[in-house]
Design a protein around this ligand. Sequence first.
Ligand SMILES: [Cu+2]
Length: 134
Amino acid sequence: MLRSTSIAAVAVLAVGLSACGNGDDGGDAAAAGGDPTTSIEVLGTDSLDFDTTAFTVPVGEEVTVELTSEEAVEHDFVIEDVDGQDLEVVHADPGQTETGTFTLDDTGTYTFFCSIPGHRQAGMEGTLAVVDGD
Ligand SMILES: [Cu+2]
């Protein structure tokens, strides 16, 4: 009797854990990219990196992206597959800071990248988590 009771308890615990994992995408994303923000600042470096590669933004709200390109190389900030198309938010020439905006109407995890040829392949991409603002 004792044995079957503890097996049942383990089963309940396992169900609880997996339910939590399935419903917690927003929480995981927030942990990766911090609290939701409507103001993103990102630096594209001359060595073909973004200085920050994870952001969390609220769904349905306008988000401002301030992109700075370091001295020698131009960069842009493109969100992959927004309603089936890549969305270019902002482009900055070398040494310039430019601002663009976007609004995403569906929660989920998107990928952003730099579309200048070769840059994404060099590592210029990151994760954009879109979460319920609450
Ligand atoms: Cu770039």
